[in-house]
Design a protein around this ligand. Sequence first.
Ligand SMILES: N[C@@H](CCC(=O)N[C@@H](CS)C(=O)NCC(=O)O)C(=O)O
Length: 109
Amino acid sequence: MSELVAYHLPGRWGLVSVSPFCLKLDAFLRMTEIPHRSVTAATPFAGPKKKAPWIEHEGRTIGDSAFIIAYLIEHFGKDPDAALTSAQRGQAVAIQRRDRGKPLLGDGL
Ligand SMILES: N[C@@H](CCC(=O)N[C@@H](CS)C(=O)NCC(=O)O)C(=O)O
C-alpha cells in the first residue's frame, strides 16, 4: 500500500490530538502538504514502539515523531527547514536542545 497513514491519539479542545508528539507530526504533514490519511487510535499500543504517533507507508511501519519526520523528508523531498540559513538551523537546534526533557516539550521520552 503506497498510501501514507498517520496514527495519532484522540484530540480534544479543537486539537487533532492531545499528544504533543502527534501534534508535531500533524503540523509537519500540514506544512509540507504531504498527502496522507489521519487515523485516530484509541491507544498507542498498536504502534511499533507502543507509543503514538506512528505511520504506515509502502509496507513500512515507523514509530517516533523524529524518525517519522526524517523518513518523510527523505522520501518526499519536502523539508520545511530547507530555506533556513545555517545560523537559523543552529538556533533551531539550540531551541530543541533547550526544550528537550521538559515535560510535554522534549522528544527524549
Ligand atoms: N519520542 C516519541 C515519544 C512519543 C510518546 O511518548 N507518545 C506518548 C503520547 S504523548 C505515548 O504514546 N505514550 C504511551 C506510553 O508511554 O505508554 C516521539 O517523539 O514520537
